[in-house]
Design a protein around this ligand. Structure first.
Ligand SMILES: Nc1ncnc2c1ncn2[C@@H]1O[C@H](COP(=O)(O)OP(=O)(O)O)[C@@H](O)[C@H]1O
Ligand SMILES: [Mg+2]
Length: 289
């Protein structure tokens, strides 16, 4: 086959065509990163924050999006780009970007506990010591951007508890002069309303649902370049993109699941591309909406 005939595939996908069925299926199912304009804009903003000189009021961000809209994957990509340095010979790793999962309920001590356990540190029993130890270790690893994923979970807790946790986050930010990123669903808006100062500090960025557009068709094309089929599936046609987005509720996580299921179905059937039958009959179940 001439290389032109494979122009629908990315360079790293082309050699996969020659691999066994099992290897091709594993390739399709592996975790991948697809760049798209809004993700790039958010990553750029995060890079700016990382490069920001230390000052008392550091910039911050709140990253809002539905469940399965790609928030955690984006944070994972940012942390992958800034992996900790082992700092052999020093006492601690150097970790400018640290992402932790916020505790399921708003509780100040759980916040510190989460930080300490994430960094494999002993958790003392007194709340004051927990806070001091959390600050000491964050300072020692030279954190610059501290990310709390799932921060919107706090919304279910009493307002007083939420305020205490927000205060604790603000205290960490001010004491260490670091940038804070809060990640969550729309509920995060309600949480930060409780602290206008923090709300002001955490600038909103959103991962909105995908609609049929040039960008979403480009996204489909990006998916397609990673799928080892000898023929183009033309997922980027308005009709196919529109159909997939409607089924997936505009969520990148659902799009990824549908496209993966359709690809695996087509590979197992020995088809040269993802066809309509694969999209319709691959067994993908849309989320309840
Ligand atoms: N940029 C991306 N490239 C490829 N796949 C992605 C991307 N973003 C999200 N996904 C897919 O969507 C799934 C859900 O994304 P995730 O970040 O966990 O959503 P959220 O944290 O918003 O609930 C991921 O497991 C991944 O399969
Ligand atoms: Mg997530």
């Amino acid at each position: 086959m001439s290389s032109d005939a494979l122009s629908h595939l990315s360079p790293e996908t082309k050699p996969v065509l020659a691999q066994s069925l099992e290897e091709r299926i594993n390739w399709v199912r592996r975790s991948r990163w697809i760049a798209y304009p809004q993700a790039s804009a958010i990553l750029d903003r995060l890079e700016d924050m990382l490069a920001h000189p230390k000052q008392h009021r550091m910039p911050g961000m709140r990253l809002i999006g539905d469940s399965n809209s790609g928030k955690s994957r984006l944070i994972e990509e940012f942390t992958r780009r800034h992996q900790p340095n082992d700092n052999y010979g020093g006492d601690h790793i150097i970790c400018p970007v640290l992402a932790i999962e916020a505790p399921p309920a708003a509780k100040e001590t759980d916040l510190y506990r989460q930080i300490l356990t994430r960094l494999f540190k002993h958790v003392p029993s007194s709340p004051g010591a927990m806070r001091d130890d959390a600050i000491d270790i964050l300072r020692a690893i030279q954190v610059k951007v501290l990310i709390f994923d799932e921060l919107s979970n706090m919304v279910a807790s009493p307002n007083l508890k939420q305020r205490q946790s927000l205060n604790a986050i603000k205290y960490l930010a001010n004491t260490l002069e670091i940038c804070i990123v809060g990640v969550g669903t729309k509920d995060l808006e309600r949480v930060v309303l409780l602290d206008p100062q923090l709300k002001n500090r955490l600038r909103p960025m959103e991962l909105p649902p995908w609609k049929l557009s040039k960008e979403s068709r480009q996204l489909m094309m990006s998916f397609e370049t990673l799928l080892p089929f000898p023929e183009p599936s033309d997922l980027r046609s308005s009709q196919t993109t529109g159909f997939i987005l409607a089924k997936a509720g505009g969520l990148i996580g659902e799009v990824s699941e549908l496209v993966t299921a359709a690809a695996v179905y087509a590979l197992k059937k020995g088809r040269p591309k993802i066809d309509e039958d694969a999209i319709l009959n691959c067994g993908y179940q849309p989320p309840d909406m």
